[in-house]
Design a protein around this ligand. Sequence first.
Ligand code: SAM
Ligand code: MG
Length: 223
Amino acid sequence: MTNDQWQAVDGYISDLLVPQDEALTEALAASDAAGLPAISVAPNQGKLLHLLARTQGARTALEIGTLGGYSTIWLARALPADGRLISLEYDPAHADVARANIARAGLDKVAEVRTGAALDTLPRIAAEPGAGPFDLVFIDADKRNNPRYVEWALRLTSPGSLIIVDNVVRGGAVVDGSSEDPSIVGTREMFELVAREPRLDATAVQTVGVKGYDGLLVARVIA
Ligand SMILES: C[S@@+](CC[C@H](N)C(=O)[O-])C[C@H]1O[C@@H](n2cnc3c(N)ncnc32)[C@H](O)[C@@H]1O
Ligand SMILES: [Mg+2]
């Protein structure tokens, strides 16, 4: 199967099942116009996140890696009106675009973007009364820190919560144990951590589509 076919099939799926609305289309257009890289989740993946959050009955969510807020909008829309989503973004320019996109989507009462390196922001969130536990954590930032993000996600969740990690296959490079690429090293360490962590029950699936060949890890906090 070729990349052209992956894209055609993604188009077929999204045309039928993931009708794009103005807020989502404009979020992508504004991100593009601001020069952000086109590395958000695909529409059908955004919908998957949304459905997982809905199925989970999530009221609270934490996202690590906001970019222009595309996945943030999908997730925030799954939460109730009095729900809460905190999204962490290192780059202030990305965070500004995301805040505008979130406001345009009418979700600024539910979702907030916090600027800074996530490893600095996470301890502050942990110290805030009432900030957690989160029903769902979506990890999609700098992949080298994925093991640390999963550790934080474990601290900030409770049994029944979901932890989702994006881009865990990396074109198949995840199986290369000799790789010195920090993203691969971080992803492999994250897999090993999840595998030996008795509080997590997890799987991962490979995905192809408009964003190429990659994958998604889904873990349920069980204790
Ligand atoms: C793949 S993009 C996020 C895409 C977004 N989740 C979506 O699907 O629409 C990764 C984002 O993580 C941010 N990032 C990178 N390192 C970070 C860090 N240490 N802390 C927080 N955010 C970081 C990048 O600036 C970028 O905007
Ligand atoms: Mg991603």
